[in-house]
Design a binder for this molecule. Sequence first.
Ligand code: PMV
Length: 313
Amino acid sequence: MTVATAPGKVILFGEHAVVYGRPAIAVPVNQVQARAEVEDAPAGSGTTIVAEDLGREFRPRFVEPGDRDALALAHTVGNTLKRLGRPADLDLRITVSATVPMGRGLGSGAAVATAVVRALASHLGGYLTSRDVSELVYQTEILHHGTPSGLDNTVIAFGKPIYFVRGQRDEVFWLGRPFWLIIGDTGVSSATREVVDDVRRRWETDRASYEARFDAIGAIVERARQAMIDGDLTELGRLMDANQRELKAIGVSSPELENLIAAALSAGALGAKLSGGGRGGNMIALVDERTRDTVRDALAFSGAQAVIVTQVC
Ligand code: PMV
């Protein structure tokens, strides 16, 4: 049996502005993981996929076209076998599970796909670079999201901080110093696509001020990359606060997010902001070892539905 894993992710800087060509930074979240196991199955039995979290077992060949989750897994397996030059219906049993929460902007779909690609390559003895893995996972992301930016598959397949400009650049970079993040979930569901559409409508009615906000966010992202490389966590925290002010100004924050951000800052976080689509979903706070537990408890006390503590390195 062969096992592979992949982390979740959060966007640290640049959400929304990234849709308009500005840079963004995302980091892996190793505290949550997707896991795939591949084992040989009896001759002639073909491929079976077991999705433990969905409580399902199915044959990729017989997936219904409307069955999105099963289809994404079946495509991931099919595309990987093709890339490895292997026949489509090998006798394999593939079991997937994840502690990455689904639909919370933590990249669960890309994490599961990355674990599956890695487990298959390693079980079948194929060689795939992180770039190859990222490209295969992007094909699955298209099924999940229609027109994905490519950020999730890149940060998860490389497992390192990524500086990203949609359709142009993705650069892995190294931190001067590891840091701790606390991720607090408001528990409010918010469809990223709807928030993105709403920002577009606002941008259409007032392009000049939205473009200026996006430029300001782009400048924050550039400074944040440098602060991460320098290991300057005080500056990084200030930049998170500055990014949050811009996100609030473009109308994607919410009372629940502001409440958790304020709680994190009063408990001593170096900076805090929403992460991802906004209007709900997650916020993130930058902490050090001294403030980590206090901020975690303050978020739980202030109504966070889930709190993840993770070290970024
Ligand atoms: O919520 P997430 O992690 O899927 O991030 C959405 C990020 C946006 O910039 C708002 C949209 C996008 O496609 O980049």
